[in-house]
Design a protein around this ligand. Sequence first.
Ligand code: ADP
Ligand code: MG
Length: 250
Amino acid sequence: MAIRTENLNAWFGDNQVLKNISLRANDKEVLALIGPSGCGKSTFLRCLNRLHEETPKAYSKGAVYLGDENINDPSVDSVKVRRKVGMVFQKPVPFPGLSIFENVTIGLKLSGIHNKSVLKEEAQEALEKAALWEEVKNKLDQPGTSLSGGQQQRLCIARALAMKPPILLLDEPTSALDPISTAGIEELIGKLKKNVTILIVTHNMHQAQRVADRTAFFYLGDLIEVDTTEKIFKSPQRTETQRYISGRFG
Ligand code: ADP
Ligand code: MG
C-alpha cells in the first residue's frame, strides 16, 4: 500500500516544524528521509501514524492518505491507524518485564486475540519475518531485555510486524547498533520490502544508498527534493541537497 501526504504542516506550539509537505512512499518501496538534525524527519514519520498529536501542544494540518483514506482526519481512530502504520524507534525498547513472546504478541492481545495457539503461530511468523526466530525459539519466555541490542531491535521490528501493517516507519533504527547488527537490519529491510512499504530516517548516507529505492531530503521543515536514491546522491538538483550529501553542513 502507498502512503502519501498532501500539504502536511506540523507545529509544536507556535513553532512550525513541517511546511507543506507533499510526499509519497510507493507500495513496497523503501523511501529514505535524510537531512540535518532538527529538520523535521521524525516529526514527519510521527504524523504518518498520528503519534505527533500525542505530544502536548503539538498538532498538524493537511492530509495523510493511506490508500484512499485520509487517516489524519480527526474522525479516524488513531489507535487503528497505528495498527496499520507500524513504527520502530532509534533505541530498541522491548517492554520491560515482558518476555520475548509477550513483547511480540502484546499488540495482538490488546486488539482482542487471546487464543494461545493463534498467538503462538503469529509470534513465530513475526519473529521469522524479523529474522529472529532461530535465535530465540528456545527461550521465548525470557525477558525481551535479555537480548543483545541488535536482537532487541529485531524484536521491536517483530512486534510491529505482528500487527501485519502495510506501512513500517523506521526512525534511525540502527544508530544505537554496532556495525554487524546494523548490517543485519539492513539485510532485513531488503527482505521486508517484498511485503511492506518502508520509510526510514537515517543519518548514514551509505545506509540510505544501500537500502533505499528513493530518497527525500528535508531541510528546516521543507521537503527540498525527492528522487531515486541514485539521482539524489549522484546528481541532486538543489544546492542544499548537494551541500548536505557532500558533508558541508548538518
Ligand atoms: P529530526 O528528526 O529531523 O532531527 P524533529 O522532527 O525531531 O527533527 O524536530 C523538528 C523540530 O521540532 C526541531 O526544531 C525540534 O527542536 C522540534 N521538536 C521536536 N520534538 C519536540 C518536542 N517534543 N517539543 C517541542 N519541539 C520539538
Ligand atoms: Mg529525528
